[in-house]
Design a protein around this ligand. Structure first.
Ligand SMILES: Nc1ncnc2c1ncn2[C@@H]1O[C@H](COP(=O)(O)OP(=O)(O)OP(=O)(O)O)[C@@H](O)[C@H]1O
Length: 278
């Protein structure tokens, strides 16, 4: 007998579903059997050895590449073959237009899609785009640098600009590929505080690749460890990486004792020292 109508609910759908995803380039398997569900608003940090496919996974989430096998769903629909405004991206080195000011670089994000041929808006629409760009630049701490050119900014300021460029498009997912890798430790701390503040405010879903495990444990609500569980010394490309650990962290960025108990010693050690340093 079916349940009465009032108690029937559709099954809760995950915001992002990664279903048996593989990525292969020629005979090199980079990622294999990735299986993951992510709810809207999670902050996932991705860690793992160099070359194990973290950036490749971000490109798949961005829609820049299609998986060789399997599929990725965003709100139930397959991620298309091209990036779109629902996903914003920030790389370690971001490409800005050097001949445009900070303000114009950010406003351009709104101008290009609306005026694809000219790339410029005029009058009221232009004012609106510039006002929005200015508001976001103030939020990321670049309010005093609106008329500067990118070459006049420090590394930390350039990453603030990159974050503003991504946020102006109001993405639902923010993809960060080692965004702070080139910054000094003090500036990195400032950027962590800024990113957490923006995330608390917007509750964006974030995927961030980092080589710094402590950074991963400090920022993420969940850490995804990528690793190759299988190796063939005679055929290094035969097997790909998988998500070998998926560690949920609570609001204070603490893992449960049960989760820590499953970790190898080097990961558990970094987790403990990240908490002591917090
Ligand atoms: N378009 C491509 N064609 C061929 N091979 C590729 C392509 N993109 C990535 N690869 C290979 O896939 C593997 C994973 O690269 P990827 O950049 O995703 O790793 P990563 O974990 O992000 O590395 P790192 O931490 O050093 O940035 C590498 O061996 C790389 O050479």
């Amino acid at each position: 007998m079916s349940a009465p109508l009032s108690t029937q609910r559709p099954a809760a759908r995950s915001f992002i579903e990664v279903d048996n995803v593989w990525q292969e380039y020629g005979d090199q398997v980079v990622l294999e059997r990735l299986q993951l569900t992510v709810q809207e608003g999670e902050f996932c940090t991705l860690v793992g050895a160099s070359g194990c496919g973290k950036s490749t996974f971000l490109r798949l989430l961005l829609g820049q590449e299609r998986p060789s096998r399997g599929q990725i769903l965003l709100d139930g629909a397959p991620i298309g073959g091209e990036p779109d405004a629902s996903r914003g991206v920030v790389f370690q080195r971001y490409s800005v237009f050097p001949h445009l000011t900070v303000l114009d670089n950010v406003a351009l994000g709104l101008e290009l899609p609306k005026s694809p041929l000219l790339g410029r808006l005029f009058g009221h629409a232009k004012r609106g785009a510039r006002e929005q760009a200015e508001a976001i630049l103030r939020k990321v701490g670049l309010g005093a640098s609106l008329d500067k050119f990118p070459a006049q900014l420090s590394g930390g300021m350039q990453q603030r600009l990159a974050i503003a460029q991504a946020l102006i498009m109001k993405p639902r997912v923010l993809l960060l590929d080692e965004p702070f890798g080139a910054l000094d430790p003090g500036i990195r701390k400032d950027m962590h505080a800024l990113l957490l503040e923006l995330w608390h405010e917007t509750r964006l879903t974030v995927f961030m690749v980092t080589h710094d495990l402590a950074e991963g444990f400090t920022l993420g609500t969940r850490i995804l460890v990528f690793d190759k569980p299988r190796h063939d010394p005679h055929a290094p490309g035969a097997f790909g990486a998988r998500i070998t650990y998926d560690i949920p962290l609570n609001e204070d960025r603490r893992a449960t004792r049960a989760a820590v108990a499953t970790l190898p010693a080097h990961l558990a050690g970094v987790l403990n020292s990240a908490h002591q340093g917090a």
